[in-house]
Write a protein that binds this ligand. Structure first.
Ligand code: DAT
Ligand code: MG
Length: 149
């Protein structure tokens, strides 16, 4: 099923010049970028985005980290993109993430794991709506898709 997911290069990834590398991986895989922006997350947005973790001991650090510098927020579209993107990201803790994944290749610790991606269709819808206005998302066809699908 063609679906959309919310992907974000976290402040550590932006500082470490990994935006292009991450976009490159998703483009080369064959997914379609339908929205993107560099932005500063406010405290309020951070708490809303990570609401499911508000009782966890690391919540304060998580909010401080995600608001510590610009992030690169994106929406990617494609067949099974939600699950595929999670596989391309690797496990939450980079020390357990396989080589070949973003976190496995570039991360060391769980607190600075470079990339966020929605974990289900419900989170994808929630997160896309939280970060993007509908007029910031484009719908278009790429000729190359006839060689991918
Ligand atoms: P994911 O980002 O893989 O969906 P998650 O939703 O469980 O993982 O957690 C959100 C973020 O919180 C995660 O990317 C990094 C941070 N985090 C998770 N577990 C942590 C822990 N035990 N200590 C510190 N930070 C943690
Ligand atoms: Mg998560």
């Amino acid at each position: 099923m063609v679906e959309k997911t919310f992907i974000m290069v976290k402040p550590d990834g932006v500082q470490r010049n990994l935006v292009g590398e991450i976009v490159n991986r998703f483009e080369k895989k064959g997914f379609t970028l339908v929205g993107a922006k560099l932005m500063q997350i406010t405290d309020e947005l951070a708490k809303e985005h990570y609401g499911e973790h508000k009782e966890r001991p690391f919540f304060g650090e998580l909010v401080d980290f995600i608001t510590s510098g610009p992030v690169f927020a994106m929406v990617w579209e494609g067949e099974n993109v939600i699950t595929s993107a999670r596989e391309m990201m690797g496990k939450t803790n980079p020390s357990e993430a396989a080589l070949g994944t973003v976190r496995g290749d570039y991360g060391v610790t769980v607190g600075k794991n470079i990339i966020h991606g929605s974990d289900s269709p419900e989170s994808a819808e929630r997160e896309i709506n939280l970060f993007f206005h509908s007029n910031e998302l484009l719908s278009y066809n790429k000729q190359v898709n006839t060689w991918i699908y």
